[in-house]
Ligand binder design. Structure first.
Ligand code: AMP
Length: 281
C-alpha cells in the first residue's frame, strides 16, 4: 500500500489504474480508524479493483468551539489497518494541500442540513459537502463508501451526488458496534471509564424505540418520548436532540411510515455522541 500526501500523487496513481481498466473505490475518513472504518474498506475492496482511503481531519466541518485541535490522530496505526483491510492507497494531505488560503468556493446544501446535526452544527455539512466534492474530483472513484453511523451525512451525500451529477455510486454501510452496543467512534476515546459505561444509554434507548415501532407504534411523538425518558435516567447524559425524520428528506415526521430515521445526539460529559436506527415500514 502506498501512502501519499499530495493531490498530484493521487491523480497520477489513479490515472494509471484507469488506463489499465481498473475500478476504484473511495472511503473518506478523518482517521483514527477502527472496526467501523475497516468494514467500509473491506466492502470497498470486495467491490472494486483498487481502494483509496482518505485520512484527513477536515477543518472546515468543525465549528469554532468544537474538537478540531484535540481530534485523535495516529497515521501509523491507520496505515496498518488500511493495509490489512486491502486498501491500495492512503491519502493523508495537510490542510494546506486541500485548501487554498484565498478560496472562495464551497458546496452548500439547502434542506436536509437544517435538522439533526445541522441544527447544532450549522457549518458542518457545508464543510462535509465541500471536502467530499473535492475528494470525488481528486480520486474520481466509481464507488464511495459511507457509514450509516452518520445517517444524515449519508443522506446529504446521496442528495449532493444526485443534484450535482457526480458519476459515482454511493454505498451505505451498516453501523459497527462494541459488544455492549455502543457505536464505534473515534470520539469514544474521549470518554473516561465512568462515561464509557454511561454511553451504552444511547443504543439502549434507541432499542426501546425500535421495539415500539416493530410492535406497530405509528405515533412518532410517543416513540420519541420513550427514548427521551430512557436517556434521562442516565445522570451523565445530556440530550442534544432526539428526532424522527424521513431518511430521504431529513424532514421531521409525525406518523411512522416509509423510510424512517430515528437519530439522537447526546453529550456524555463533554463528549458529543451520535447514534441512530433506520426502519422501512
Ligand atoms: P469519520 O472518520 O468519523 O469521519 O468516519 C468516516 C466514515 O466511517 C463515515 O462514512 C462514517 O459514517 C463511517 N463510520 C464511522 N464509524 C462507523 C461505525 N461504527 N460503523 C460504520 N461506519 C462508521
Amino acid at each position: 500500500m502506498q501512502i501519499v500526501k499530495t493531490i498530484g500523487e493521487v491523480r497520477s496513481v489513479v490515472k494509471q489504474w484507469k488506463k489499465e481498466g481498473l475500478s476504484v473505490g473511495l472511503v473518506p475518513t478523518m482517521g483514527f480508524l477502527h472496526e467501523g472504518h475497516k468494514s467500509l474498506i473491506e466492502r470497498a475492496v470486495k467491490e472494486n479493483d483498487r481502494v483509496v482511503v482518505s485520512d484527513f481531519v477536515n477543518p472546515t466541518q468543525f465549528g469554532p468551539n468544537e474538537d478540531l485541535a484535540s481530534y485523535p490522530r495516529d497515521l501509523d496505526r491507520d496505515a496498518k489497518l488500511c493495509e490489512e483491510a486491502g486498501a491500495a492507497l492512503l491519502f493523508n494531505p495537510e490542510p494546506e494541500e486541500m485548501y487554498y488560503e484565498d478560496r472562495t468556493t464551497s458546496v452548500n446544501m439547502e434542506g436536509l442540513t437544517k435538522e439533526l446535526c445541522g441544527k447544532s452544527r450549522p457549518i458542518h455539512f457545508s464543510g462535509v459537502c465541500t471536502v467530499v466534492s473535492k475528494l470525488f474530483h481528486i480520486v474520481t472513484p466509481d464507488r464511495a463508501y459511507f457509514g450509516q453511523k452518520d445517517a444524515q451525512q449519508l443522506a446529504v451525500i446521496k442528495r449532493m451526488v444526485r443534484d450535482l451529477n457526480f458519476d459515482i455510486e454511493i454505498v451505505g454501510c451498516p453501523i459497527i458496534r462494541e459488544e455492549d452496543g455502543l457505536a464505534k467512534s473515534s470520539r469514544n476515546t474521549y470518554l473516561s471509564e465512568e462515561e464509557r459505561k454511561a454511553a451504552v444509554i444511547l443504543n439502549q434507548s434507541l432499542k426501546i424505540g425500535k421495539e415500539m415501532i416493530e410492535k406497530g407504534e405509528k405515533d412518532a411523538a410517543k416513540v420519541k418520548e420513550a427514548i427521551v425518558k430512557n436517556l434521562t435516567t442516565e445522570p451523565l447524559a445530556k440530550i442534544d436532540y432526539v428526532e424522527i425524520v424521513d431518511f430521504n428528506t431529513i424532514e421531521p415526521i409525525t406518523t411512522i411510515k416509509g423510510s424512517v430515521l430515528t437519530a439522537i445526539a447526546v453529550y456524555i460529559g463533554k463528549t458529543r455522541l451520535i447514534d441512530n436506527f433506520i426502519v422501512n415500514i
